[in-house]
Each structure stands twice: as structure tokens, then as C-alpha cells.
Ligand binder design. Structure first.
Ligand code: VGL
Ligand code: ZN
Length: 203
């Protein structure tokens, strides 16, 4: 069984949103085109409480984009984004949500970020995604969405670690590029870990 994992295709990550990823609005079309080719479609949502500790607003004197240490882990400070229940956290309007079989919400614990759709950044708590996929006999996952250099990357790395055959759909992703070259670096890191990279027209 093959699953399509749609990572964080939410209003705050597309132009006009709080943490806009350049061209982030392009990926919904790719997702809509691919969904019907899969046995199972799972979507993640970044879903933070309003006082999430990854928000620069929770650290007076600190700026967006700065790296701090948060409970022993490196943490980049972000603008307030994907606050639970807000429009910014909703799937983008153009995404065919009726075709999504299961939604996984992550980043719900104030004290720890969760880039991966499988685990928090300390790998302490699982989101239930792996169990869900395994209970549906999924052995291969195709991953796309936002952002290539954060949530897509860590979701793909965990998927490989968990033993799934993992394919990144490169044209279905866009990245933040906080530092120039971050997206290219992220793709190389994924490949080195065993992720295969394809474009959506090869699927
Ligand atoms: C993401 C930064 C903060 C992502 C989520 O979806 O890639 N990036 N929260
Ligand atoms: Zn977030």
C-alpha cells in the first residue's frame, strides 16, 4: 500500500500567510492531481497553541529567525503561525480536502516544536502517524508539501528511519530558505538518508 503524505498545506505557509513560503500556493494543484493515484492520503497540520514556544513573540528581546535553545534543543524562532482553530491553520482553500483520509496535527504541545509529522523534535512523543500507516499496511510513502527545509525534510527522514520506502515529490514542495541554499541542502540530506526524489509527472 502506498500513501501520499501532504505536509502542512495551510494558509499561514502560503503567500499572504504569517510564515509565507515563496510559491507555497503552487503545491495544492500538484496534491489535487496526485491524490486519486494513492491508496491512502494523509495530511498533516501544524497546530500550535497561541503561546507556543517556537513563536518569537514568547521571547521578549528575541527576533524572528534567531536560534535559541528550548528545553535543551535548538529552536528557530518563528512568527506566530498556525494557531489552533484559526484561518491561518486551515488547509488552503484550493486543496481538495474531501480526498484526505486522515489528518495528523502536530506542534500541539506548547513546550516543544514538531517539524516531523511522526514525532516531536526530541523524538519523545509520537503523533500516531506511523501506527496509522502500519495499521493500513502502508509500506511506501510519497511526501510533498511545505516547507521542504523543515517539516517536509523531518517527516521524510523519520519515514526512512521507520522503514517506509520514502519518495519525495520535489515539484510538490517549496521551502523557506532562511539561509540561501537551505532547500538544496535539505534535498541532499534526504537523499543521503535514503529518500528517493521524483517529480509528480513520474508518478
Ligand atoms: C514549519 C516552521 C515552523 C513547516 C512549521 O511546516 O515547515 N516550519 N513550523
Ligand atoms: Zn510551526
Amino acid at each position: 500500500m502506498k500513501a501520499l503524505i501532504l505536509v502542512d498545506i495551510q494558509n499561514d505557509f502560503v503567500p499572504g500567510g504569517a510564515l509565507a513560503v515563496p510559491e507555497g500556493d503552487r503545491v495544492a494543484t500538484v496534491a489535487n492531481r496526485l491524490m486519486s493515484h494513492f491508496d491512502l492520503v494523509v495530511a498533516t497540520q501544524d497546530w500550535h497553541p497561541a503561546d507556543h514556544m517556537s513563536f518569537a513573540s514568547q521571547h521578549p528581546g528575541r527576533d524572528i529567525g534567531e536560534q535559541i535553545e528550548l528545553n535543551g534543543l535548538p529552536q528557530i524562532l518563528w512568527p506566530d503561525h498556525c494557531v489552533e482553530g484559526t484561518t491561518g491553520a486551515d488547509f488552503v482553500a484550493g486543496l481538495d480536502t474531501a480526498t484526505i483520509d486522515h489528518v495528523v496535527r502536530k506542534g500541539t504541545d506548547r513546550a516543544i516544536d514538531s517539524y516531523s509529522g511522526f514525532f516531536d523534535n526530541a523524538h519523545r512523543k509520537s503523533t500516531g502517524m506511523a501506527d496509522y500507516l502500519k495499521s493500513h499496511q502502508v509500506n511506501g510513502v510519497f511526501i510533498m508539501g511545505l516547507a521542504t527545509d523543515y517539516c517536509v525534510k523531518f517527516t521524510a527522514l523519520d519515514a526512512v528511519d521507520l522503514g517506509f520506502e520514502t519518495i519525495l515529490i520535489e515539484d510538490g514542495c517549496r521551502g523557506v530558505n532562511l539561509k540561501p541554499g537551505d532547500v538544496v541542502k535539505a534535498i541532499k540530506e534526504m537523499q543521503a538518508a535514503g529518500v528517493r526524489v521524483k517529480d509528480s509527472d513520474q508518478i
